[in-house]
Design a protein around this ligand. Structure first.
Ligand code: SAH
Length: 256
């Protein structure tokens, strides 16, 4: 798949493209990423991309013309491009939206700045508006990186092990399990004994219980739709809730 990012600060993305999974996926051509300077689609001498808002108020608004021109130029060969406006007013970004985007052949990401983007871009150019969370950033660039990173790791072959992405947080209707590495005891804090047994069935059960405990603690909202859990998780959750109601402690170290 291919991403095309429209921004007034292309250099913002240098570090993002230079490291880790994203860099490797680009090198292996599992994803193509184009970073485009919005000013390249202005025709005036000062390459103006913003203007004052109609109706008054402080701040500036990104003008529609360079954005329309840029998106049309970048997508003219693509029959159904996804054109995403990043905005706090959009649909909340989550793993389901990431999966949806990972199945598209081209995604254009429009990064706003200042007070935002002329609404005609949302109304007549973007195919979707996406927010990365209920807070306001000063620009869409960090949001574009969040979206690309989450989508790229879902592309087939990008993570070395194809099952890795499937078992991560949110994929199975709950958070992922906690992980530990050496040393086995650090500052008096021991790694859960179950993980050191070498017994795969026991380790798997511990991981599932620990994942469900963590989800209950921090994201109980994820567990309201239990149809997304598999049968073992549903059974373990019922046990945990019963134990909880009976007043037993819900630590990750309990083997019950
Ligand atoms: N006045 C706007 C915020 C503008 S912030 C409002 O209150 O709704 C400037 C730009 O940052 C936006 O155009 C958008 O591209 C980006 N941005 C800010 N918060 C964001 C978020 N939560 N998700 C995605 N993009 C965001």
């Amino acid at each position: 798949m291919r991403f095309d990012v429209l921004t007034i600060f292309p250099a913002f993305f240098e570090g993002f493209l230079a490291y880790g999974i994203v860099r490797r996926a680009c090198q292996r051509r599992q994803v193509g990423i184009g970073i485009h300077n919005l000013r390249d689609w202005t025709y005036d001498r000062h390459q103006v991309v913003d203007d004052r808002p109609y109706g008054g108020e402080d701040g500036m608004v990104l003008k529609p013309e360079p954005i329309f021109r840029a998106v049309e130029a970048l997508t003219h060969r693509q029959p159904n491009p996804s054109v995403v406006l990043l905005t706090p007013q959009g649909r909340p970004f989550d793993q389901t939206v990431a999966q949806h985007l990972s199945r598209q052949s081209q995604v254009v990401l429009i990064c706003g700045r200042y007070e935002g983007v002329d609404e005609r871009v949302a109304e007549h150019l973007a195919t979707e508006e996406i927010s990365i969370g209920d807070y306001v950033l000063s620009g869409g660039e960090p949001a574009a990186m969040v979206v690309m990173d989450a989508v790229i790791r879902l592309l087939p072959e990008v993570l070395g092990n194809p099952t890795s992405a499937q078992k991560e947080s949110f994929q199975a209707g709950r958070l992922d399990y906690p992980v530990y590495t050496r040393p086995a005891v650090y500052r008096g804090h021991a790694v859960p004994a179950e993980l050191l047994t070498g017994n795969h069935a026991e380790i798997e059960l511990w991981r599932r219980r620990a994942a469900l405990r963590k989800t209950l603690r921090y994201r109980p909202d994820l567990l309201t739709d239990q149809t997304r859990l598999d049968e073992t998780d549903r059974r373990l959750l019922t046990e945990l809730l019963r134990a909880n109601a009976a007043g037993q402690p819900m630590t990750c170290h309990s083997s019950s």
